[in-house]
Design a protein around this ligand. Sequence first.
Ligand code: SF4
Length: 155
Amino acid sequence: MLIKNQKKEVALSACLLGCSCRYDAKDNLNRELLCELESFSIVSFCPEDYAFGTPRPTMDLIMENSTTRAISNENHHDLSAPIYNYAKKFFQENPNIKLFIGKDRSPSCAVKSGKVYDKDKKIVHKHGTGLMAKVALDLGIESWDAEEYLTTHTS
Ligand code: SF4
């Protein structure tokens, strides 16, 4: 049965929704963004809280041989696989997501604002894609950094 006026689903970083799931157990609540998304049904996600718990050590995006990985700043372990696994499962379980909005500069959630370093920890560029956002983009989902979404959609 076709249900008319059903809200479109947006995948949103849980910290922007007010969840205290950042590495330091704080949130990034963004009320202005939530107002802007009133016409959507929000499906929140946090790959790092799911995979590593909160609070947790930080990680950075490190590029080596053209591949970007999430590397722990605590023990230098490659943390990419658990993030990719979570992301793939999330989109399999939520196949109707039409829009992805990620927290700016996050190594997991940034769409094009992540800092990318080389293996010596020198910055390569500042427009990297976090690993969960990469999965969204690979699936062809319209994806935005939260700050750019707001500046583009509000006057
Ligand atoms: S930016 Fe992403 S990974 Fe980091 S706390 Fe927010 S939802 Fe979790």
